[in-house]
Write a protein that binds this ligand. Structure first.
Ligand code: C2E
Ligand code: CA
Ligand code: CA
Length: 714
């Protein structure tokens, strides 16, 4: 979607041309205008010349560091408030600390998720707007004070003789002759609900007791204003006696100040888009609610509602529509929870009834106090899902969203507010990972999962030992030659009692426990044996690629193991290829360079897997001996209706300029295929042609070319 942020201008500062290029493509596609700078000095010059609305700033640059650039920007008047997003290294908490210290607005850690980048930027821009308003409010607060009018009085108590300054009368919209005589005449002008309080203060004053009081008054025209009044003894009479007591006081109109404070509070605690309380406010409300629960032995529930793939809605419909959708959802959730418009707590900081809050871009928090049994709470969660899923009509279109909810209960799961919120978020993450249910309750689910993982570990150990793992092969098709030219080996675990366990689940388990080393060895052996067995059924130059995890890559035994396995099977090294992710390759460049050189020497090729989701740095690509880039599935799936093309084109162009082969992963539709081919990518892997299959089926497909039906426009 272009054209929606036409006037938003982003300055991209990074010494790595590839990161800059990908950022430019991702942002241009989002309709932003971009400027680039390749070092700190250039960044400062471009900033002063172009006055961008936002700066994307890399931390690690030769010359001026990103931190220094940010510090200098903040020191200039025009750079004081511009949002600066710093690009920091992975999980580098010191950098994050430093980034905020020098005045960065936000940070994104590399590797950058390009799909979410645009969304993040928009969020930061909106916060910047709020910040500007906040500054404006503070200004108006101080000017309110400057022009504050003070009125004063003296009260000769025994004679009830009240002497008031003319300014004092004006605070009530009155004159001396309309105000009334005596101290208690004041009461008539006080706003009814505050009268008892003022009366009590005056009775105290009659006894010589001073006060400081905020009360509201009603002007003759009906308007209500707020005064702050202070009273104290004017004379010291010595102990006991009240004879001759004189009190004196002054009052000030603080209406604007109160309003400004309300406004600041509104800005600090409420989300401007939906008018709902924000995360900060939610936390405070939760704190009070949990304290109350402990006191009266009741129970409360926290739910976190997340809208599935909202970033995509935003991208395809444009940010204005995206905002409207969020407003509608905020409304619906509030209605569903019977929540009223979040009114300000009436004075005294009493706890507002907080039910629905906006926690993050597309995440809402729900607090249920005095919650019933678990089933009831879950029923509420399911109702919330339904409410979000009801079709939303925007002009010219009807959209249907889906949502996931994480639920945690107090005291059942946690008794601390922050821990409770975290538990709900953990449950939400689980709901996001496991697609079969949209609502996840913290307790049972998590305990079961932990237990499953525990038993899975033992099972996997046995499965590797007893050769239960299978390997399937997914063909990679050259659409120009109309031939299967390679295949990727993908491991499968047909678990006896649990059915097949998804690879990401047991691979991560194997990585954590070190079992990935024997697992990979088992896969390599299987692949080599299969290739040997298929013999002439495979063309002589047919390669099979094997996935290596980070642990495998760092394993000092990797090269010897590979040699041993190849020798054992009597297979040439040129028949296999390894797939490694960018993140793994980047972790230690010197080490990676050495290992890749050895692999190349042996004749084993290397592909960069999931390309685009990691650091995507041109510097490392140039330096490393890799042969192939595999464009990540997420980019391919974004290729809809002419969208997402720019970034894919950029990657293909880059690969070709470096003399690398490009494979597109996860191709599912003819439209994606055609776009990729138009952009010069002709090696295709994906369900469109074939799912992973047995080695025999692979050999069969090679002969019959059955996965390439003639009527398919390839
Ligand atoms: P990957 O390396 O990105 O592998 C591609 C995954 O995408 C495979 O999932 C494949 O079945 C799936 N896929 C292929 N075409 C399409 C498509 O058109 N649409 C969709 N939706 N998916 C498609 P799989 O087999 O479940 O493997 C998942 C991940 O597990 C792999 O991602 C890889 O990271 C890991 N993995 C699989 N086998 C091995 C292995 O032997 N060793 C290691 N270390 N990791 C493995
Ligand atoms: Ca792979
Ligand atoms: Ca991949």
């Amino acid at each position: 979607m272009t054209g929606s942020h036409n006037n938003t201008r982003v300055l991209i500062v990074d010494d790595d041309p590839l990161t800059r290029m990908m950022a430019v493509e991702a942002l241009r596609e989002g309709g932003y205008s971009t400027f680039e700078a390749e070092n700190g000095v250039q960044a400062l010059i471009t900033f002063n010349a172009e006055h961008p609305d936002l700066v994307l700033l890399d931390v690690m640059m030769p010359g001026l560091s990103g931190f220094e650039v940010c510090r200098r920007l903040r020191a200039t008047p025009s750079g004081e408030l511009v949002p600066v997003i710093m690009l920091t290294g992975l999980e580098d908490s010191d950098s994050v600390e430093e980034a905020f210290h020098v005045g960065a607005t936000d940070f994104i850690s590399k590797p950058i998720n390009w799909t979410l980048l645009r969304f993040r930027i928009r969020y930061v821009l909106r916060s910047a707007q709020v910040m500007k308003e906040l500054v404006r409010s503070k200004d108006s607060l101080s000017s309110a004070q400057r022009i504050a009018r003070l009125g004063s009085w003296e009260w000769f108590v025994q004679a009830d003789d009240a002497q008031r300054s003319s300014q004092y009368y004006r605070l009530f919209g009155q004159h001396a002759d309309t105000f009334g005589e005596g101290m208690l005449a004041l009461i008539a002008h006080v706003y009814e609900p505050d009268r008892a309080m003022v009366h009590a203060a005056l009775e105290g004053a009659r006894q010589g007791i001073g006060y400081q009081l905020t009360y509201r008054v009603v002007w003759p025209d009906g308007s209500v204003r707020t005064l702050l009044e202070t009273a104290e003894r004017a004379n010291d009479l010595g102990a006991e006696s009240l004879d001759g007591l004189v009190m004196e006081g002054s009052a000030q109109d603080i209406t604007e100040q109160v309003e400004a404070q309300r406004r600041i509070r509104q800005l600090a605690y409420f989300d401007p888009l939906t008018g709902l309380p924000n995360r900060e406010f939610f936390r405070e409300g939760l704190l009070a609610a949990t304290a109350r629960c402990l006191r009266n032995d009741s129970r409360c529930a926290v739910m976190v509602v997340d809208i599935d793939r909202f970033a995509r809605i935003n991208d395809s419909l444009g940010p204005e529509r995206g905002d409207q959708v969020l407003q509608v959802i905020g409304h619906r959730l509030r209605d569903c929870m019977g929540d009223r418009t979040p009114a300000e707590p009436a004075g005294g900081g009493g706890l507002p009834r907080l039910k629905v809050a906006r926690m993050a871009a597309d995440e809402f928090g729900i607090l249920v106090t005095d919650a019933g049994p678990v089933e009831e709470v879950l029923a509420i969660a399911h109702k919330l899902v339904q409410v979000v899923c009801a079709p939303i009509r925007v002009p010219g279109q009807e959209i249907t969203l889906s949502a996931r909810v994480g639920v945690a209960l107090m005291p059942d799961h946690e008794i601390d507010a922050d821990a409770l919120l975290k538990a709900a978020e953990t449950a939400l993450n689980r709901a996001k990972r496991i697609t079969r249910d949209q609502v996840a309750l913290f307790s049972e689910e998590m305990k079961v999962a932990a237990f499953l993982r525990f038993t899975l570990e033992g099972d996997l150990r046995r499965a590797i030992g007893e050769d239960e793992l299978k390997v399937l092969y997914q063909p990679i098709v050259d659409v120009n030659r109309r031939e299967i030219v390679k295949a990727e080996a993908l491991v499968r675990w047909p678990h006896v009692s649990r059915g097949s366990v998804p690879p990401p689940e047991f691979i991560s388990l194997a990585e954590e426990t070190g079992m990935i080393v024997p697992l990979t060895r088992a896969v390599m052996e299987r692949v080599c044996n299969d290739i040997v067995q298929l013999g002439d059924a495979l063309p002589a130059d047919f390669r099979v690629s094997i996935n290596l995890s980070g642990v495998n890559f760092m394993d000092p035994q990797l090269i010897p193991t590979v040699r041993a396995v190849l020798e054992g099977a009597g297979l040439q090294a040129s028949r296999i290829e390894f797939e490694l992710t960018e993140t793994v390759l980047m972790r230690d460049l010197d080490y990676a360079t050495t290992i890749l050189a050895q692999l190349r020497e042996m004749g084993i090729r290397v592909a960069v897997d999931d390309f685009g989701t990691g650091y995507s740095s041109l510097a490392y690509l140039r330096r490393l001996a890799v042969d192939t880039l595999k464009i990540d599935r997420s980019f391919v799936s974004e290729l809809v209706d002419g969208q997402g093309v720019a970034i894919v084109r950029a990657v293909i162009g880059l690969a070709h300029s470096l003399g690398l082969e490009v494979v597109a992963e996860g191709v599912e539709t003819v439209a994606q295929l055609e776009t990729l081919r138009d952009q010069g990518c002709h090696l295709i892997q994906g369900y469109l042609f074939a799912r992973p299959m047995s080695s025999r089926a692979l050999a069969q497909s090679l002969v019959s070319a059955s996965i390439l039906p003639v009527d398919r426009p390839v």
